[in-house]
Structure formats: C-alpha cells, structure tokens
Write a protein that binds this ligand. Structure first.
Ligand code: GLY
Length: 365
C-alpha cells in the first residue's frame, strides 16, 4: 500500500490516519480474530472510560479482549509497570501469537510496546494513540522503552508496531494542556523542515477548542509524513533521525529534573518548548540563526507556552542531566540546531557557558 490521504506506509507497517481509519481498524481486528491467539488491551483509567467504548463499538469482538490496566502518567513508565504487564499477559494465557493493543498516550505506547516486544521474545502490538502527542509523535517511529534511574527512555528497543491507527476524534477527550503538549511537536516539525507548517501553526493558534476535526487531520497528517520520512531514512538514529531531537536536549533535562525531584510534572511539550527556545538561542551563537528568527521563535513559543511561575533548575544541575542523554557521544552534549527556520543541523556542540547563556536568555524573556 502506498501513501495516500488515508494511510502512510512506515517501516514495515501502515499508519492509518484518514477518515477511513475506523474501517481499516475493524478490518484489522476481524482478520486478527482468525490469526491472533488472543487479544489484550492496555489502558489507563481515563482511556478505559473515555476511549475504549468507541473501540469496542467499532470492533465488537474486542468485548472479549482482556483489559490490562496501568496507572497513568510519566511516573509509571518504569520497569515495575512492565513487570505488571508481563504478569497480566502471563495470567491471561497470552502467547507470542497474541496481540497487545496499546490504547493511550505516549506512556502507554512506549511502555506497552516495550513489554510486548520482550514478552516471550516478542508478540505483535498495535498503537492507537489517544493524545495529540501520541498521534503526531510517540506512537510512530518504532522506539519503545521506559525511564530508568530518572533518565527518560533509558531502557528500550526499536521495534515497530504491526499497525498504527490515528483517530482525531479522540482529541475531544484532551484538555488544553494535553493538546498544547502535542502541539509543541507539530511546531518542532515546522522548525526543522517546513516553514509553511511553522507559520501556519503559529498564526492559526488561538484556542484549541476552535480547531475543527479537519484542521487537526491536516496538522496530524503533515506531522506524520515529516516524522515518517525521516525515520524511514534512518530508523536506528545513526544520523538524520537526530533532526527530531531539536529542543529535546534541554527539554529532556528539564523533564528528568522534575521526575527526579517528584516535582509537579511538567508536560513533555512545555519542556520541549522551553528546550526549543534555549536551543534556538544556542543556534544563534553556534550556527547562523538570525536574531530576527530567534526572536520570532521565542515570542511565538512564549505566546503558546506562557512562562507562568515555572522555575528552571540551576544551570549545573541541568547541564549534568544533559550529559546523561543517550544522544551524546562520550560526555559531549549533542544538540540539533537551526541554521534558519526549516534548516536544521545534527551533532552540534557548544561550550557549557553558551548553554548557561541560553538558560538565562529564557529566564529573562
Ligand atoms: N516511539 C517514538 C519514536 O519512535 O520516535
């Protein structure tokens, strides 16, 4: 199957995102009923209440599937949750010929993908992302894994799902903060590769409740195509795929700090938005990003992610966390930076004093 307005061909699997995605889903499940030994569905409480009923309505045979429940939130993306999933799969009599349906946000698809890929040396799983962040980023690309010793995504493997189904209708279950978190990744795709996407995403942005389903469909499709094209060229992140890390070196350090200190969780998107502002500043010092573009990026991101009372941890703590990032070679902190909007460069480095300048640039905005 080639790419169309209905589906995108990924690395050995299809991403169904169009208006026909529900039909493709029930077809997959009906066919799967003949080929899979059993079906398990991984959910958290919110997803079970608000998203599972629609799934069962479209594919009634799923009423017989076993439900595996895990707590929601980044704090449960850990080995204890994986053990709980393995145990429940075992108790349910799952075999390597069973299917796990990951229904939820990035925590569910990353953790469920990892648990399925390792259970009995690997069973099939499909991802049905219910958050914007999941729909434009976390559910595709093949990276699965968990946080370990307070470092994000520290243990995992690259294993692709058997299929991904994206239903923008599920975005109605999302609050503003959850939508905003996914929006940061859409903005990132624009900044690294597509000026038009960046400009339309910042100029259209007002209140997400005004976004029609077709606006979401268009933004999601553009994002999926950008990410999928990059991942197809470099599935193992040897080079090009690092483009997707723009904003994430600083962003992951901010998230890891919150995780480590049991602080109020900061959304991934907010952390990445701060990361993109800081890394745009570094781009202006290390590459050729103009002051005008730096200013535009910072002001646009601040309009969407207003500063509020979030305090950025001190420089040395954050820089230490950046050193643990698995994107680094040795202890050299690696960044993806911008030459200009829609022109990014991987494997960039800078002195720590420039990182401090960047954090201060954000603090002073
Ligand atoms: N699971 C997210 C990715 O592969 O990028």
């Amino acid at each position: 199957m080639s790419n169309s307005s209905e589906s995108i061909l990924a690395n050995g699997y299809s991403i169904f995102h169009g208006t026909d995605a529900w039909r493709a889903f029930s077809k997959f499940i009906n066919l799967g009923a003949k080929t899979y030994a059993s079906v398990n569905i991984l959910v958290d409480a919110q997803v079970e209440q608000f998203c599972l009923p629609a799934l069962i309505e479209k594919a009634p045979s799923l009423a017989n599937a076993s439900i595996i429940r895990i707590p929601s939130g980044e704090a449960s993306k850990n080995i204890d949750t994986v053990i709980q999933i393995w145990k429940t799969l075992q108790e349910n009599g799952a075999t390597r010929h069973s299917l796990l349906i990951n229904l939820g946000g990035g925590v569910i698809t990353d953790t469920g993908g990892f648990a399925a890929s390792t259970f009995k040396r690997g069973m099939d799983f499909i991802n049905i992302p219910t958050t914007l962040l999941g729909q434009v980023d976390a559910a595709i690309g093949g990276k699965t894994g968990i946080d370990f010793l307070e470092i994000k995504n520290q243990v995992g493997l690259i294993k692709c799902p058997a299929a991904v189904f994206v239903f923008p209708e599920y975005l109605k279950t999302q609050d503003h903060e959850q939508l905003r978190s996914g929006y940061a990744e859409i903005l990132k795709y624009g900044l690294i590769t597509d000026k038009q996407l960046w400009e339309s995403a910042i100029s259209n942005h007002s209140d997400f409740s005004n976004y029609s389903e077709s606006t979401w469909r268009e933004l999601i499709q553009k994002s999926l195509i950008i990410k999928n094209d990059i991942v197809l060229k470099d599935p193992e992140e040897q080079g090009l795929r690092k483009l997707l890390n723009f904003g994430h070196t600083v962003g992951h350090a901010i998230e890891a700090h919150a995780l480590k200190n049991d602080e109020l969780p900061i959304s991934h998107g907010r952390a990445v938005a701060i990361g993109m502002i800081c890394e745009a500043y570094i781009s202006s010092r290390v590459l050729n990003l103009s002051t005008a573009e730096l200013d535009q990026i910072a002001q646009a991101l601040l309009r969407i992610f207003e500063k509020g009372d979030l305090l950025i941890p001190d420089d040395s703590t954050l820089i230490e966390l950046m050193r643990h990032d698995k994107k680094n070679v040795n202890s050299n902190i690696s960044f993806t930076l911008l030459n200009s909007i829609a022109s990014a460069e991987i494997d960039q480095h800078c002195e720590t004093k420039i990182i401090s300048e960047a954090l201060n640039y954000y603090r002073d905005l």
